[in-house]
Write a protein that binds this ligand. Structure first.
Ligand SMILES: NC(=O)CC[C@H](N)C(=O)O
Length: 232
C-alpha cells in the first residue's frame, strides 16, 4: 500500500477561548497538503503542549488575553511563541505584537513574537469594517486577488526588528488608494499602515480575517511557509 502523506503528522492548534476559531478549523480541514495535519482546539496547557504550531483567531484581544490568563495558558502561550510558529489574525495579530496603542483601560496583555507596534481599532469608527482585494505574491494561484475582510481591524504602526530578530517580510499590503480618508501619506508604498500581512521568521500576522472567506490560501501559506519548514 502506498503512503498518501510524507513524514510525520503535524499538530496545528487553534486557540479556542473566544472568537472565530471554528472557521479556522474548517479552513484547515479543507487544505490539500503533502503532509498530514491534525487540528487541535486549544483551551488548556495540555492541549497546547500537543501542538507544533498555533493559530490565534480574531475576536476581542482583551477578552482572549483575559480568558488565557484565567485558564492558565497566558504564560505557556508566551513560551510557545518563542519556540514555535504562530499565526495571529486580527485580534490574534494584536496579541502577537510587541506593543499596542489604544489598549483598554487597565492595559492589554500581549504575547509578543512580532517586532511591531500596532493600533487596536486603528481604522476608527467611521471605517469599522471593509473589504479589499489584495494581491499577494506568496500565495498559490497568486494572480487571483485575495479578498481581505477587515472588521474593527488593527493598523500596523511601526516595524521595529532588532538586529538579532529575523527580518520582517511584507506579505500583503493595501493599495494606497484604498487607505481610508485621513490615512494617506506622501509615501504610501512604504507606510506601515498599508501593511496588512507580515511574516517574521515562522510567525505570520494578518490584520484581516482569511478564515471568514471560502478561500483557504492563507492557511495553505501558513502551513507551507511557516509550519512545515519548522517541523521537518
Ligand atoms: N475582528 C477582530 O478580531 C477585531 C479585533 C478587536 N478590535 C480587538 O481589539 O481585539
Amino acid at each position: 500500500m502506498t503512503e498518501k502523506y510524507e513524514g510525520n503528522a503535524v499538530a496545528i492548534g487553534i486557540l479556542a477561548l473566544q472568537g472565530a476559531f471554528a472557521e479556522h478549523q474548517t479552513a484547515l480541514q479543507k487544505l490539500s497538503l503533502t503532509r498530514k495535519i491534525e487540528v487541535i482546539l486549544v483551551r488548556t496547557v495540555e492541549d497546547l503542549d500537543r501542538c507544533d504550531a498555533l493559530i490565534i483567531p480574531g475576536g476581542e484581544s482583551t477578552t482572549i488575553a483575559l480568558l488565557a490568563r484565567l485558564s492558565g495558558v497566558l504564560q505557556p502561550l508566551r513560551d510557545f511563541v518563542l519556540k514555535k510558529p504562530v499565526w495571529g489574525t486580527c485580534a490574534g495579530a494584536i496579541l502577537l505584537s510587541q506593543t499596542v496603542e489604544g489598549a483598554k483601560k487597565g492595559g492589554q496583555e500581549l504575547l509578543g513574537g512580532m517586532s511591531i507596534s500596532i493600533a487596536r481599532n486603528g481604522w476608527g469608527s467611521q471605517v469599522e469594517s471593509f473589504e479589499a482585494d489584495l494581491d499577494v505574491a506568496g500565495l498559490r494561484d497568486a494572480e487571483r486577488p485575495f479578498t481581505g475582510i477587515f472588521i474593527r481591524a488593527p493598523v500596523v504602526l511601526t516595524l521595529a526588528p532588532s538586529p538579532d530578530d529575523p527580518p520582517i517580510e511584507v506579505v500583503a499590503r493595501l493599495s494606497s488608494d484604498l487607505l481610508p480618508e485621513g490615512f494617506t501619506s506622501e509615501d504610501s508604498a512604504n507606510d506601515p499602515k498599508t501593511f496588512v500581512a507580515l511574516r517574521q521568521g515562522r510567525h505570520l500576522l494578518t490584520t484581516f480575517h482569511p478564515e471568514l472567506t471560502q478561500d483557504n490560501r492563507f492557511h495553505d501559506y501558513f502551513v507551507r511557509v511557516c509550519v512545515f519548514p519548522a517541523t521537518q
